[in-house]
Design a protein around this ligand. Structure first.
Ligand SMILES: [Zn+2]
Length: 372
């Protein structure tokens, strides 16, 4: 569905196929429809050149819009996993939610502001080119590109998830109530109303003659609606973990492995007979690291007899630990941020247990099903 195109300021960037489609559509509709109508007598090659250049400008604009979000996030210490560019802008995948509402508002507002700024700069060039009687194709391209950026900024300001305006709204509600969950729920409700309105307006257009624009509006409404539903589901999921501490759900009686055991022993005495996917490596009651199925997989089969667990394990310095008092939601975020499926629970310098993503999921499911 998406194509990787490289990294910028350390963040991988992908292009979603909808953006390719829209770029093609824009180049084609400008070359064959809009430009010949508004600027007649320029010739097919010129129209296509305008179409292609405009599509490229749109791509760069979407990219700059998205980069501005990521830049603010990175500057404030929020890690961004990757950027995916869609036809309407993009989505920066954060591995954490912003910690305070002011940052969320600033981050979300950066995108539309960038688009408006680009629109103003291109618009100024457009006016200038007209004043000096510049070439018509340049005037046409500048006008259209400025217009597109204005539309991009305005569309993203609609106060509905997952658009930037929805995040600005949630940040403001969050700031007022100091409660992220209720702010998300309320912002989601607004998004649902907006999406239903958009679909109704789209249907009206379709029925009363403007078929293409009507379909577009219905599509956008549907898109907002599904985004709002996803975010509500996520909020409910997190809500179902509220109040749960790691100590309540962790596995207590842990089997531990000696650092001197061979990897082969670890496979035959632990992984093949017990249901766990990872074990703490302990010597004299001290945690040395964690060994998981993937640590075993990294050792070639023929070397498993000679390699020791101490060589295969994730060492203590890179082991992620929490305390029994850590909240379950924080544990879930820690796992996502570090790309691991289990955390060692330490009570002071004593190992208290282990908690896995599976434990957290089971708890969420049970609490949701029982309405706890
Ligand atoms: Zn944006």
């Amino acid at each position: 569905m998406s194509l990787n195109i490289g990294r910028i300021i350390g963040i991988p960037v992908r292009i979603h196929y909808t953006l390719w489609l829209v770029l093609l559509l824009i180049a084609w509709s400008l070359a064959e429809g809009y430009m010949p109508q508004h600027y007649p007598g320029l010739g097919a090659t010129t129209y296509w050149a305008i179409g292609i250049v405009s599509a490229i400008i749109l791509f760069v604009s979407v990219f700059l819009h998205e980069l501005s979000h990521s830049y603010i996030a990175k500057k404030n210490g929020l890690p961004i996993k990757r950027i995916t560019l869609f036809f309407f802008g993009g989505v920066s995948e954060m591995s954490e939610e912003p910690k305070d509402p002011a940052l969320e508002v600033r981050m979300a507002a950066a995108g539309p502001l960038t688009s408006f700024l680009i629109a103003i700069v291109l618009g100024a060039f457009w006016v200038l080119t007209m004043l000096v009687n510049g070439p018509v194709p340049v005037i046409a391209t500048l006008y259209y590109a400025a217009l597109l950026n204005g539309v991009l900024g305005a569309f993203n300001l609609i106060p509905a998830f997952p658009l930037d305006g929805g995040r600005v709204l949630r940040g403001s509600l969050w700031n007022r109530s100091k409660n992220l969950l209720s702010a998300t729920a309320n912002a989601t409700r607004v998004s649902e109303v907006i999406s239903l309105l958009m679909m109704a307006v789209g249907l009206f257009f379709v029925v009363f003659g403007d078929f293409v624009n009507g379909l577009w509006i219905i599509f956008l409404g549907w898109f907002i609606r599904s985004g709002a539903e996803t975010s509500l589901r996520q909020t409910r999921l997190t809500e179902s973990l509220s109040g749960v501490r790691v100590g309540d759900i962790m596995t207590r009686d842990l089997l531990s492995v000696s650092p001197d055991a061979s990897v082969q022993q670890l496979v035959s005495d632990y992984f093949l007979v017990h249901p766990h996917g990872g074990y703490p490596v302990v010597s004299n009651g001290k945690l040395l690291g964690v060994v998981t199925m993937s640590s075993v997989r990294s050792i070639p089969r023929e070397k498993r007899e000679v390699e020791r667990v101490s060589q295969a394990m994730v060492p203590y310095e890179r082991t992620i630990t929490v305390s029994p008092a850590t909240s379950a939601t924080d544990a879930l975020q820690l796992m996502a941020k570090n790309g691991v499926g289990r955390l060692v629970v330490m009570d002071g310098d004593k190992i208290a247990g282990m908690v896995t993503r599976g434990d957290l999921m089971k708890t969420m499911k049970a609490r949701q099903e029982l309405g706890a």
